[in-house]
Design a protein around this ligand. Structure first.
Ligand code: CS2
Length: 476
């Protein structure tokens, strides 16, 4: 694909970083090569590879899910290369040819190759984007040992990232023995700590004290905040790339022009000097992470179900809907920012930027994408504001409105009355939330979703019940 693209139609419209791919060596293994990775981390690394003496940071892209093997095979055919299109709110667009994923391994087919990559002395860093639900931790940060995927992995299967990390780190401890950094790039609060606690509990369940001791000595788990709105690539986008550059790019991605990555400066392995390409290394990521999760992600989550119930397709349409725009502002100003309290981040300024990004009409981010996976998202994105506000003596009524709209969406979607499809990997967990007294009670007291809030602040139950009734009447 490299040559094809370079010699392609309109090659002058496609920017490419100035390095020879043949001269690049791998230094990073990435687990979960989804659209977000391809539009974010792979782009930073692509830029880094063009700097003097930074040719040892190529990425080995690893697929860990059997259901993604087919799509991954196409990526392998493309030698890991693809076109990224970014779009600014003013309409400016840019096409980039990204080449930093220099090797691909389908872990679902060849798990031992992943182990070898993780064990290799030149591998300094392992990054992961396996979605928020991919870490299998409950509200107490306890690994879900009863979950079928985790259960099977403890017995030697390969379903989750823990099974891959276990086998790879074990081999590493027995061979090259080098220190290594595991950098979680999913939207979880304190994501590095969560990855660490999940992995340590997995090792305990495997009764592998020796490896646990090795990990404690040789591995670091920095936290990081990652950000770029990356819509699902539309058919129109794929067609545009084909027409413009004459290639059938199955892995092309599109995103907004904004990009940010803040990383805790805590590397056990060698550290890629990503500050050369705009990454911020900081001592404490928490304030950045909290701001992003509670304003951007929670903003998305609390608005999106209302947008779906109103029949909107694209998220920027919600920002042009008077009621939803006002709701979003109120949610952030009345609930999110007060619940965060003091921060080194200028929260009102940060909110303004996010409101502008959400209004970008050129990216075509769908309400459907943002509605996906609600059960995993609410506890991470929305719960901290709910709890934080109550703890400060406030009633988080806008947050409750967002939660109630999700409940109404679930019900009406179940009845086939909402146009937006609901993709929910945890559908079984929602089964008890029926539209009656018992169902609403089960929803309002679900510990995975709301932790101790219903017991510590029992008024939440009545307030949510009332909001649900209002939403059900409004949208039915
Ligand atoms: C979104 C995120 O899925 C979601 O709910 O909020 O995918 C969001 O677009 C990214 O985190 C932006 O960095």
């Amino acid at each position: 694909m490299a040559n094809y693209l370079q010699a392609s139609l309109n090659a002058d419209q496609l920017s490419v970083q100035d390095y020879q791919k043949e001269a690049i060596n791998a230094g990073i293994v990435h687990l979960g090569v989804g659209a977000f990775h391809r539009a974010h981390q792979a782009v930073y690394i692509d830029r880094l590879l063009a700097h003097d003496n930074q040719q040892n940071w190529g990425i080995i892209g690893v697929n860990i899910r059997p259901q993604d093997s087919q799509a991954f095979a196409r990526f392998v055919e493309q030698k890991g290369e693809y076109v990224l299109k970014t779009m600014a709110a003013d309409g400016a667009t840019r096409y980039e040819h990204i080449r930093s994923l220099i090797e691909q391994i389908d872990g679902a087919q060849a798990p031992q190759d992943v182990d070898a990559a993780l064990a290799h002395a030149t591998t300094q860093l392992v990054t992961s984007t396996v979605t928020e639900g991919g870490y299998y931790l409950d509200e107490n940060r306890t690994l879900m040992l009863d979950h079928p995927a985790i259960k099977a992995d403890i017995e030697g299967a390969r379903n989750t990232l823990y099974a891959f990390l276990y086998a790879g780190l074990k081999l590493r401890s027995e061979t090259s023995n080098g220190a290594i950094t595991l950098l979680c790039c999913d939207n979880l609060r304190h994501n590095g700590e969560l990855l660490k606690t999940g992995l340590m509990q997995f090792l305990a369940a495997k009764h592998d004290n020796k490896l646990a001791a090795w990990v404690a000595q040789h591995v670091s788990f920095p936290c990081s905040m990652v950000d770029r709105i990356t819509p699902k690539p539309s058919q129109q986008h794929v067609d545009d790339v084909r027409a413009r550059f004459g290639v059938d790019d199955n892995m092309t991605v599109m995103g907004e022009d904004f990009i940010q990555w803040v990383v805790e400066d805590n590397f056990a392995g060698a550290k890629p000097p990503l500050d050369l390409v705009g990454v911020q290394f900081v001592k404490d990521v928490v304030p950045f992470e909290e701001a992003k999760i509670r304003i951007l992600n929670a903003g998305h989550t609390c608005v999106t179900y209302q947008a779906a119930l109103k029949g909107l397709t694209y998220f920027d349409e919600a920002m042009r809907d008077e009621e939803l725009k006002q709701y979003f502002t109120d949610f952030i100003e009345q609930d999110s920012i007060p619940a965060i309290g003091k921060s080194v981040v200028d929260l009102p300024a940060y909110f303004d930027i996010i409101a502008q990004r959400f209004s970008n009409a050129n990216i075509g981010d769908t309400v459907e994408r943002i509605c996906t996976d609600g059960y995993a998202k609410f506890p991470i994105f929305v719960f901290p504001t709910l709890e934080g506000a109550y703890k400060r003596g406030l009633t988080p009524s806008k947050t409750i409105q967002g939660i109630a709209s999700w409940f109404a969406f679930m019900q009406l979607s179940h009845q086939g009355k909402v146009g937006t499809p609901y993709h929910e990997p945890n559908k079984a967990a929602l089964a008890a939330f029926t539209n009656d007294e018992a169902g609403i009670q089960a929803f309002a007291t679900d510990r995975f979703l709301w932790g101790n809030v219903p017991t510590e602040f029992p008024e939440f139950i009545a307030q949510l019940t009332k909001a649900i009734q209002i939403n059900m009447t409004k949208y039915a």
